[in-house]
Design a protein around this ligand. Sequence first.
Ligand code: DGL
Length: 272
Amino acid sequence: MIALFDSGYGGLTIFSSVRHLLPQYDYIYLGDNARTPYGTRSFDVVYRFTLEAVKTLFGLGAELVILACNTASAKALRTIQQVDLPRLDPTGRKRVLGIIRPSVEALGSLTPSGHVGIMATAGTVSSQSYVIEMSKFWPGVKVSQQACPLWVPLVENAEYNKPGADYFVRKYTGELLAQDPDIDTVMLACTHYPLLAPKISEALPGGIRLLTQGDIVARSLSDYLARHTELEMSLPRGGSAQFFTTENPDKFAGTASLFFDGGLIVRHIEMA
Ligand code: DGL
C-alpha cells in the first residue's frame, strides 16, 4: 500500500491529487490531529512523532510512505531514510519519501523572473530546507521565505473560509512581498495552506502565480513508480482508501469529505 502522513488535515490536499492521478492503488492516510501543529515544534519532537508515524504505517502494511507534510519532510526525512529505515526494514524494500525535493524542482522551472516566495510553517522556514534545495537545483533564483504560524490553526479549527482568516492572510502575504516586491511565483509549502488558497489568491497582487503542491507531488510519485518497477509491481491495486487519525474519527471525516466523495471510513489510531 501507499501511505501518506501529515500532522493533521493538510496532507489530504496531497492525497486528493495523488488519488486522482493514480486511482488504481490502495492507500492509507494518517493524520496526527491530536498533536498538530508540528510547525512550531522542535526538530527532535517532529522527528520522534514522524518516526512513530512511519512505524505505525509500516505496521498497517505500507510499502511506501510519503511524508505529505513539509515540516516532517524538512525535519525528519533525512534521518529516517539514512538511520531508521535500514533498521526498520532490513529487506530494503520499503521506502519513505518527502515532498520538498519535487516541489523545488517544479518551482524553479515556473518562475519567469527568478524571484520566488515560500510560505511555510516556522519549522520549515527555520530548517532552511527550501533555501538549501533551491540553491542546489536553481542557484540563480532568489528565494524569500515567510513563516505563517497562524494558518495551520485556522485550517485545523475550520476557520479557513471565515472572515476572521482574512487578517492573517493579508498579514503574511504582505510581509512576504515586503521582503521582495519582484516575487512572481509563490509556493504554498505547507500542505494545510491550499484550504486558504482562495483567500491567498485574492490577497496577492494580480500577476503573481500561486503554486500548491498536490499535482506536483502526484506527478513526481507517478514518475518515481515508473522508475521503480519492482516496488510498483508489489503495490496492491484495489483502489481503496483507509483513513486513520489520532483524534476523533467523526471530526476528521467532516474535513476529509471536502476532498473525497462518498462515505469515508475513518478510524482512530494510537501511535506507538
Ligand atoms: N501541513 C504541514 C506542512 O506541510 C504542517 C502543519 C503543522 O502541523 O504545523 O508543513
